[in-house]
Design a protein around this ligand. Structure first.
Ligand code: NAD
Length: 470
């Protein structure tokens, strides 16, 4: 890992520069330069090498911001984006090809109906702090592949990574088409005051509402990747050891600062104590010296988020059944589970976005499903550990952005599978081809040969009703 001293101190982009950058992007888009497929491939290759060559610096930055273990940084950030670049380079030609449209009635069959893929225009990508690289460079791969110039605004809450990303973009990409703007509310507000052809936002629903409201004023389309309160069902037919291992892993990776980790477990009352016992066993397996002493456990990003999670624990009327230790100076929160008996408990009313989750027991699966629909009708993710029949029953009775059966957020680990929320957890999706589609306008097109005019004569005035009926 590189020396953290090599990371430049955080510096917000001067607000006056933002408007100029966007104007430059617009000019580039109008020049049609970004429409050339080879240009796009070159930019994707450059992004690939920019990330690859700066891997050590990125690992150091992620460690500085979140004490992210190098293993997790490689798996979920650096290698993730590298794979994304390679996948887009490999498939770009086929994604960008016109699609011949076959669902056409006979009388229109000679008009070569097809779908043309056009870049949607200049785009703004705003990211969250927890996976600062994946959540901004990930969509950027889609924007480049689709031929859209983009401004990327990483989260200022992970400032070291934001600065390294700015360096990578500046040194690797076409400065007339791809720019990183760093900053917080003033800089983002300035960005949102400009006219974009699409805004791609990842973060909480509160800011999501600000983004959507601003975008609505200029009828700008948005993709919103938001949060939610994700439930995990553990039924009487679950393999409890497996469920405990998979769920606890999902809650301790990146110290639970994962939008698709579970916020609470809805557990069959008859297996509750055995499940809690398995959680304890797993905790000991994962962290024999305790999570605090483990190099494999990240920290909460800052004091504000630490206090937010701590208050959720402190205000709960439930019983701590796992962990509970906290240390503000170290921004450490032990993996913690709180058993609660009502949906208004503080650990259930908010998204924890940390290594904290609630456990609420049920007597019948129907009651468990009702609990879920009361806590959050449209969470980002859903997990079920149980029989096939129970999986189907749960899936049929509720909605979520995505779902993993018999696992914690595996659907979110498949980097080519469309990823997105539904309802309050988001709108739109990306990753793999879906990232390309997100920034692409599918333009319907026909071409009418001149010789067809005789056949089309029926449409011209003076109208002849008889011919129409023939
Ligand atoms: P956040 O909403 O606080 O910040 C996200 C971005 O919005 C940042 O770049 C920030 O600078 C910007 N921002 C903050 N205040 C703003 C304002 N007033 N006006 C304009 N822009 C503003 O989110 P966060 O704390 O970084 O991330 C946590 C949330 O994001 C959680 O709810 C989590 O579930 C969600 N999330 C969702 C996904 C997903 O893919 N669906 C991924 C990661 C995080």
């Amino acid at each position: 890992m590189a020396d953290q001293k090599a990371i430049p101190p955080f510096e917000a982009t001067p607000v006056a520069e933002i408007r100029l950058s966007q104007a430059r992007l617009l000019e580039t888009f109008r020049s049609t330069k970004t429409k050339d497929l080879e240009y796009r491939r070159v930019q994707l290759r450059r992004l690939y090498w920019g990330i690859k060559d700066n891997t050590e610096l990125l690992l150091a930055a992620l460690n500085k911001d979140l004490r992210k273990p190098a293993f997790e940084s490689l798996l979920t950030e650096v290698d993730w984006c590298l794979q994304d670049c390679l996948h887009a380079i490999k498939h770009l030609s086929s994604w960008a090809k016109d699609e011949k449209y076959s669902d056409v009635p006979l009388q229109f069959s000679l008009n070569s109906a097809r779908i043309r893929k056009d870049p949607i225009g200049t785009v703004l990508i705003i990211g969250a702090y927890n996976f600062p690289i994946m959540l901004t460079f990930g969509p950027l791969v889609g924007a480049i592949a689709a031929g859209c110039p983009a401004i990327i605004k990483p989260s200022e809450v992970s400032p070291a990574t934001a600065m390294v990303m700015e360096k990578i973009a500046r040194e690797s990409l076409d400065p007339d088409a791809y720019v990183v703007v760093n900053g917080a509310v003033p800089e983002t507000t300035e960005l949102l005051d400009l006219k974009w052809d699409k805004i791609f936002y990842t973060g909480g629903g509160t800011v999501g509402t600000i983004i959507a409201t601003k975008a609505a004023k200029t009828l700008t389309p948005v993709t919103l990747e938001l949060g939610g309160k994700n439930p995990a069902f553990v039924t009487r037919n679950a393999n409890l050891r497996l469920a405990a291992r998979r769920l606890l892993w999902g809650k301790v990776m990146n110290a639970g600062q994962v939008c698709i980790s579970h916020n609470y477990v809805i557990c069959d009352r008859s297996v509750l104590s055995s499940f809690i016992q398995e959680l304890e066993n797993t905790h000991k397996d994962f962290f024999p010296e305790g999570a605090k002493n483990s190099p494999d456990f990240a920290r909460i990003v800052n004091k504000r988020h630490f206090q937010r999670i701590k208050q959720m624990i402190d205000h709960s009327t439930g019983k701590i059944v796992l962990g509970g230790d906290t240390d503000e100076d170290d921004l450490y929160i032990e993996p913690t589970a709180v058993q609660v008996d009502n949906v208004t408990d503080s650990v259930l009313v908010e998204e924890s976005f940390g290594p904290l989750f609630g456990i609420i027991p049920y007597t019948s699966l129907k009651e468990g499903i009702d609990i879920m629909n009361e806590v959050d009708r449209t969470p980002l993710a859903l997990f079920v550990f149980g029989s096939k029949k129970e999986e189907t029953q749960v899936l049929n009775s509720c909605l979520s952005g995505g779902a993993s059966m018999n696992d914690s957020f595996f659907h979110g680990s498949v980097f080519t599978l469309p990823f997105g929320g539904v309802g309050t957890s988001g709108t739109g999706s990306y990753r793999g081809k879906a990232s390309y589609d997100t920034f692409t306008h599918r333009r319907s097109l026909t071409n009418t040969p001149s010789w067809m005019d005789k056949l089309l004569a029926v449409r011209y005035m003076p109208y002849n009703m008889k011919q129409l009926r023939q």
